[in-house]
Design a protein around this ligand. Structure first.
Ligand SMILES: Cc1cc2nc3c(=O)[nH]c(=O)nc-3n(C[C@H](O)[C@H](O)[C@H](O)COP(=O)(O)OP(=O)(O)OC[C@H]3O[C@@H](n4cnc5c(N)ncnc54)[C@H](O)[C@@H]3O)c2cc1C
Ligand SMILES: NC(=O)c1ccc[n+]([C@@H]2O[C@H](COP(=O)([O-])OP(=O)(O)OC[C@H]3O[C@@H](n4cnc5c(N)ncnc54)[C@H](OP(=O)(O)O)[C@@H]3O)[C@@H](O)[C@H]2O)c1
Length: 502
């Protein structure tokens, strides 16, 4: 946990941040305790009673299904049940963490139920169901400082996937010179982005506001125009002069199955509902803020001083006759020049002792932090036991960083390499199939103290890798399902099972 510090006199007094998983009472007690410990008696409120036990969030596991998460939160308060409905990634895309978003919804500071992007419609529907029975009075939302970042320069956007691949995955290189940005292998980079100017111009045209530069800047840099919120739909429905348009907007706002246009962006709405034109200031205020995106850093500062490298999957799909571009991935891949960015410090870290074995499971863009780990180990000349599981669609076109990885295998930086190509054979072949095939060796590595890391897709891959690990504990360790679950929990508590999944 990060602890922020504040100066109260002789020594800086650490404060428990609001995002830490404590109740206000527990936080107050801990802050008093820390003040006593650091600040001396004159400025401390020494607690007289021990804190209540820290609240546990058993549902805070992105590999659990929504139903299971909700079941684990049954009987808890509304904010906790709402938290269980979130995707449990603490990814920050909603502008909060899972816990603080749920609390903001429950006490009315946040009115949009659709901000959990990884949770998607399933989370949104669950949140709506949970909120349906309670009347929450909207409270004034506190101004949330949006990270501004420091300006890095794009040095390269190079395609890693070969000709004929169905995916466009890029190595993005950013120049850090002139910035104060530093990072460690395992950290993520927060990228502050701008919307596609073509999309912004099309919205301005529909709004009859092409001369409005303030509006252009708001739509370019401040507001998310890809995912209007319920409150935008409400506003448009209220403003629609055409009754049929108003009714259709109301169906969308109510999340009715089959309501069209589905997955609409702002331009879709402006095109489909030309009679719905609320005051521009209200429309802008109703849109969500444009959030920075996080990327697992794919380089080690020892190997690439003054630079940071990312491995970015380009998100691009056609819908209703228009290409829908992922805001950040397409910005980085095709348009970026100056990129404001900041380091998001992570818990994801190589073991403290160089001789501890490491097992890394990172299919697809999940390879990113493991390239950073391996670059770091190569730069330090470490040849200890390291094992990488990588997979993607086709060996010929989708083996990301193949040359470097094969080089590390040859020079001993990487001791074992297990590969799985999901679309080269008749049946799907995934990283967890390699784990099961090598179960005896993998179990031995774990018994010898290996740290086990997983990075990449949360919704399917991380879940299945977790299941494979349990299966190995049962088949090789002779455990019952309950013992295997407890063993995995203990592994995670020791910091030996770390996940960076999204
Ligand atoms: C800790 C962390 C590390 C990460 N590391 C990496 C990494 O190393 N590499 C990597 O590639 N990614 C990584 N990600 C994911 C990354 O942050 C972005 O989420 C990803 O690049 C997509 O962002 P985008 O802005 O391009 O797409 P977005 O604009 O956010 O779109 C994302 C998805 O939402 C859909 N969408 C857009 N508009 C709508 C709409 N109106 N309705 C419904 N759906 C819509 C899009 O079709 C798309 O599928 C990481 C995430 C986290 C949290
Ligand atoms: N919208 C887009 O255009 C787009 C494109 C790519 C990725 N994404 C998203 O971006 C995120 C990461 O993408 P990525 O490139 O890192 O990875 P990815 O494309 O999701 O997958 C990488 C590899 O993992 C395989 N895989 C799929 N399900 C798996 C499972 N249950 N267990 C183990 N392996 C599995 C894939 O196989 P198969 O695909 O053959 O099943 C593929 O070989 C994902 O959330 C993905 O949904 C979006």
């Amino acid at each position: 946990m990060n602890v922020i510090t504040q100066n109260f006199g002789p020594a800086p007094v650490p404060l428990i941040p609001d995002s830490a998983p404590f109740t206000p009472e527990q936080r107050a007690w801990l802050n008093g305790f820390l003040a006593g410990l650091y600040g001396g008696a004159e400025n401390a409120s020494i607690p007289s009673a021990p804190p209540p036990p820290a609240e546990d969030f058993p549902w805070h596991d992105p590999t659990l299904e929504l139903e299971d998460r909700l079941a684990l939160a049954e009987g808890r308060s509304l904010p906790r049940r709402l938290m269980a409905a979130m995707a449990q990634l603490d990814c920050g895309q909603c502008g909060y963490l899972c816990q603080s978003y749920a609390e903001a919804l429950a006490d009315g500071r946040e009115t949009s139920t659709a901000l959990c992007q990884p949770g998607g419609k399933v989370t949104r529907d669950a949140v709506k169901r949970l909120m349906a029975d309670v009347k929450v009075a909207p409270a004034a939302a506190p101004a949330v400082a949006k990270p501004r970042g420091e300006t890095t320069r794009l040095l390269a956007s190079e395609r890693l996937t070969g000709k004929g691949s169905g995916k466009d995955v890029r190595r993005i290189v950013l120049d850090l010179s002139g910035t104060g940005i530093t990072y460690e292998p395992g950290d993520s980079l927060g990228v502050v982005v701008r919307n596609d100017p073509t999309l912004v111009e099309a919205c301005l045209t529909r709004l009859g506001a092409r001369d409005d530069d303030a509006l252009r800047e708001a739509l370019s840099a401040e507001r998310d125009i890809a995912r209007p919120l319920d409150r935008t739909l409400d506003l448009l429905a209220g403003a629609a002069r055409d009754a049929r348009e108003g009714a259709a907007l109301r169906r969308l706002a109510d999340g009715e199955d089959g309501a069209e246009p589905a997955d609409a962006d702002l331009l879709d709405l402006l095109e489909a509902f030309p009679s719905a034109r609320p005051p521009l200031a209200d429309l802008i205020a109703s849109l969500p803020t444009l959030k920075p995106r996080l990327y697992s850093i794919a380089s080690s500062p020892r190997a690439t001083p003054g630079r940071v490298e990312l491995c970015v999957g380009v998100v691009r799909e056609a819908r209703r006759g228009r290409m829908r571009d992922g805001v950040a991935s397409c910005h980085l891949a095709f348009r970026a020049d100056a990129v404001p960015a900041y380091t998001q410090v992570s818990h994801f870290r190589l073991p403290g002792r160089a001789e501890t074995p490491v097992v890394m499971v990172g299919p697809g863009t999940g390879i990113a932090p493991f390239r950073a780990f391996l670059q770091e180990r190569a730069a330090l000349g470490l040849k200890g036991r390291s094992w990488l599981f990588f997979g993607d669609r086709h060996a010929a076109t989708d083996f990301l960083f193949a040359e470097e990885i094969n080089g590390w295998k040859r020079d001993g930086t990487l001791q074992r390499l297990s590969l799985a190509w999901s679309r080269d054979g008749q049946a799907k072949d995934y990283v967890q199939h390699r784990m099961i095939e090598d179960a005896a060796d993998l179990w031995r590595w774990l018994q010898e103290g290996a740290h086990f890391y997983v990075c990449g897709d949360a919704s399917r891959m991380a879940k299945d890798v977790d299941a494979a690990l349990r299966q190995i504990a049962m088949s090789e360790g002779g455990m019952t399902p309950d013992q295997a679950r407890d063993w995995i929990v203990a592994l995670a508590r020791q910091g030996r099972y770390q996940r960076d999944v999204y």
